[in-house]
Design a binder for this molecule. Structure first.
Ligand code: ADE
Length: 233
């Protein structure tokens, strides 16, 4: 998969793609990342990319011209699925990330200031929000989308199935995990995990996942909530 980011702050992107899984995925040739500075397409002599909103109001609005020219240069044949990062977008979810992973190319436009000139939307395919809170810009959300979507791209994770059996895929949160030592400063690992009894371990993990879900995200239990109500208490 190829992901192009259009941003006013390209320097923000240096970290996440130069370490860990997303770095390895690029080395392995399954992920291609391109960062573009919108300002370099500005036809204004001061590289201006934002201006005051028509109708008044606080803040600045990102201008259509540099963005639309950047899109035309980066994706001239409209091969990428183009998304604007904005808190007013459709919420990101596991399901949405899986759908986005099916595209060969994504173009993520990072909104900023008080928003983007609405006429840019004529060149986009959709809008994505990563949650019901406002960040200072779309850069972190775009990186979150890229990370989350990449996990569903074949070859990005070590084992292909590891994106499957995690929290949210089954509407339950993850069960607790432990590694060595078996006793950490007086806290022992639950005995069942040392038993080697696969069925008991699976049952314990299922019960713990239910407890964690009921504690932190009871709404995820949905219609099964009633059935699970007294289990694992
Ligand atoms: N830009 C600012 N806040 C955002 C959010 N929650 N999701 C996507 N883009 C944003």
């Amino acid at each position: 998969m190829r992901i192009d980011f259009l941003t006013l702050f390209p320097e923000m992107f240096s970290g996440p793609f130069s370490a860990s899984m997303l770095h390895r995925a690029q080395e392995a040739g399954v992920l291609e990342i391109h960062i573009h500075d919108i300002r370099s397409w500005s036809d204004n002599k001061h590289n201006k990319a934002d201006d005051y909103p028509f109708g008044g109001g606080a803040g600045l609005v990102m201008m259509a011209q540099p963005i639309v020219d950047a899109i035309a240069a980066v994706d001239p044949k409209h091969e990428a699925h183009r998304l604007l990062m904005t808190p007013r977008g459709k919420l990101l979810s596991t399901q949405r990330a899986r759908e986005l992973a099916a595209f060969d190319r994504l173009l993520l436009l990072c909104g900023h200031y008080e928003g983007v000139d609405e006429r840019v939307m004529a060149y986009m395919d959709g809008e994505v929000s990563i949650g019901d809170y406002i960040l200072t810009g779309g850069e972190l959300p775009a990186m979150v989308v890229a990370d989350c979507v990449s996990r569903f791209v074949p070859g990005v994770l070590g084992r292909e199935e590891s994106a499957q059996d995690e929290s949210f895929s089954k509407s339950l949160l993850e069960y607790p995990q432990y590694t060595r030592p078996a006793d950490f400063r007086g806290q022992p690992v639950p005995k069942v995990l040392l038993s080697g009894h696969a069925a008991n371990i699976a049952a314990w993990r299922q019960e713990q996942a239910l407890i964690k879900t009921r504690q932190n995200r009871p709404e995820l239990l949905g219609t099964f909530g009633k059935y699970y109500e007294n289990k694992g208490k």
